[in-house]
Design a protein. Structure first.
Length: 135
């Protein structure tokens, strides 16, 4: 079993242990969508500090038919994105707006901003942003 499958099994077993406990948070659903690729091939995954949304990006030219990416490379990209966003503490999750652009089921870019109403409470310094980007 490879690392990706191990991680998915770990998430499933944690869920099974928590049942019939509380449902996963919206942020956990956001992370799981990134990791499992449960979204359209071209879309944005948006965390607005409270809820998670999948926004479909429409392409008006004929898009190629693509199967979900399950290669080792795609697993590496998904896991990297998952691990970075997993580091956002529960205290900071409501204050952040995160928009992940997905192309061919893979997260390719992310825009992370602090919500305006939280700007006076929570400040991301340059060092923290660089750490987030380079981690």
């Amino acid at each position: 079993m490879d690392e990706f499958e191990t991680l998915l099994n770990e998430i499933s077993s944690r869920r099974a242990q928590q049942s019939p406990g509380p449902e996963p948070t919206n942020y956990e659903k956001f992370l799981e969508a990134i990791l499992r690729g449960k979204h359209p091939p071209y879309c944005e995954l948006i965390w607005n500090g409270e809820a998670f949304h999948i926004v479909l990006q429409l392409h008006f030219q004929k898009a190629p038919q693509i199967a979900p990416m399950l290669s080792q490379d795609s697993q590496v990209y998904r896991r990297e994105a998952y691990n970075r966003f997993r580091k956002v503490s529960p205290a900071h999750q409501p204050m952040m707006h995160i928009r992940v652009t997905v192309k061919n089921w893979l997260p390719i870019t992310a825009e992370v901003t602090v919500k305006p109403e939280a700007a006076g409470i929570f400040r991301l310094g340059t060092a923290q942003l660089n750490e987030f980007q380079n981690s």
